[in-house]
Design a protein around this ligand. Sequence first.
Ligand code: SAH
Length: 343
Amino acid sequence: MDLKSMTLPELEDYMESIGEKKFRGKQLYEWMHKHLVFSLEEMNNIPKKLKEKIETKSEIYGVKLADCFVSKLDGTRKYLFELHDGNIIESVLMKYKHGNSVCISSQAGCRMGCRFCASTLGGLDRNLEPSEMLSQIYYIQKDIGERISNVVMMGTGEPLDNFENVLRFLELITSEEGLHISQRNLTISTCGIVPKIKELARKRLQITLAISLHSPNDEMRKELMPIANKYSMDELLDACRYYFKETNRRMTFEYSLVAGMNDQPEHAMQLCKRLKGFPCHVNLIPVNPIKERDFKQSLPESVSGFKKILEKNRVNVTIRREMGADINAACGQLRRKKLQSVR
Ligand code: SAH
């Protein structure tokens, strides 16, 4: 029994099933999801007897700090957390004028195999439980003593490859008795698992969906992302149109620019053709080079040239601002370094 992954009604039913009063469920829920405590000991209105009973039947999964790096430039913090079974994950806190945003991991490792990504080099270790996704946010909110207002699932892992747990996580993080973060302040990023995008669309949530596109055509996308062998860009964009139709939410397309590969003017033109008239926003990200692969970051002039072509064709576009440049280790590299040092 993973108590922190249970919804309030489930927790209430659970209390009744072990012969306790229903309201104990709400007390437990609020301790975990509102007061953000990580253990039963801290819950001072729960009788000792009940704590002992709960302890024999269930767990409260959290995260343990393994390392933390703080940027002197902008206050960005990178956290390495250890899970109860020794797995390591990473999360990032970014401070913006509009609020505090946390980037969380949805899996320990990843099996999607994107060529430029450090998180997938060691494959997938396991899915994270909803409680473990929540605990990344809870830990960080307590650590900085300020409210977290936005969450992006852009850390390690493919959220739609851990679909049920991610849905449950969304339910818990938006619950009124918990942190009550609004759906509009949540973003899920996916490499493009088409059937799952459609399934998510049918849930009609008001979250933002970000699609990792990174290429203007199938050929190039296949070279960068193995998932492109399974679903064509036409299929992917159809699923995106369906998502928009069901939710009325404008999507984000992420496009990492690799020097001399996908950053040329003709690629920008191709991209415009595909996205013209589509209710979307393109986020350009100069690729973070990883030492295991020979991908180089686009030059600033290529990035701004690419952006200009999109703007001329009326495709909404921004360049992602780099945060925490002084503690920068490209996506997934901190975790990888840590694993290599302990294994
Ligand atoms: N699996 C999800 C979310 C995790 S990665 C997805 O694929 O979207 C979050 C974003 O970072 C994705 O767009 C991913 O393609 C991108 N990314 C991964 N490694 C990168 C790197 N080295 N440089 C730039 N972007 C990278």
